[in-house]
Ligand binder design. Sequence first.
Ligand SMILES: [Fe+2]
Ligand SMILES: [Fe+2]
Length: 373
Amino acid sequence: MQRAKILVACQDRAARQRLAETFRFRYQTVAVDDGWLALHLVNTTAFEAMVIAERLDSLSGLDVAVSVRESHRNAEVPIMLVARAITPAIREMVETGVVDRCVAEGVETGAFLFEFNSMCGERAERAWGALDDDVARVLGTARRSYNRVFAATTADVPFDAALLDEVATHLVGAIQGGRISAVMGALQSHDDYTFVHSLSVAAVLAFFGKQIGIREGDLRIMAQAGFAHDFGKRVMPHAVLYKPGPLDTAQMVVIRRHAAAAGQILRCSPGIPSEVINVAERHHERLDGTGYPHGLAGAQIDDLSAVAAIGDVFSALVDNRCYKPGYAPEEALRMLGDMAGPHLEPAYVKTFTEVMHDTGFASWVAPPRESSL
Ligand SMILES: [Fe+2]
Ligand SMILES: [Fe+2]
């Protein structure tokens, strides 16, 4: 499969290389330093998105952005402007839709990626309107719910339990109606991987639950738990959450706080089932006690949290992230098998693997990837 192309127009060679490296698992980057050359490409090549710096050789990035909107090929393409400074004139360009997002030069890469991903995600969301109602309803409700959660940045802002249940109800309905492959297929085109991961884990858990005969009410609990398990990431700085590379020790300490933070968010939200809170707090606990945040072991970890840990790891393995390509589903299931015993409950891993194989679900959850990766 060919990766979609993005245009990066930027004078700074190191910045161009950094962006190409950052996008390498998702997009093919066409990088230029010259405004006229950028315009030539805009008129000859279809792009999925553009990153245009204000400073360019021969022509300003602002002029390039205006011309993109008048082009035949790329008039609707999301444009992210990297400005020298966010002036009132630049703000007006965002408000009038000449560009979709704007960041200042020197912005930290994680914060840049957060903006870029949400910009491209909005384009993916517009395409959901053409999907069948039941599929669009799952995705739309989930996105609305996710946006509500992540609009806050502290753990003391409660979440609406009814909205979480609505997401779960639509998702379980899609699973019962045999529509989950369509949901997963459409979901993979979204760029916000924390959102994609949250809904993927919800789908994996509820689908698995249905296959092993769990009753419908409990499937909704499983779906809620999956969707909410990483809500604590809302307290993470974007620089850490969207860092395009391995985290250092201090950043690992920060990211590990998300499990406790998710528990805090859900505990202050009236009406959230206790099972959902348990999963949020325990999905990184491991059988041998090496997990976090509390180092729980064996029977201290409830069954649903133990299953959620498997779904979480599986989804994380198959997802494309900016720092790694997704593993093929078969490879991810093999890696899960290696973690059975010390980390993950072996009996559950075995059943999970069989279900993923036998139903074909594993291939639905995997994002598009190139055969060469
Ligand atoms: Fe997590
Ligand atoms: Fe997760």
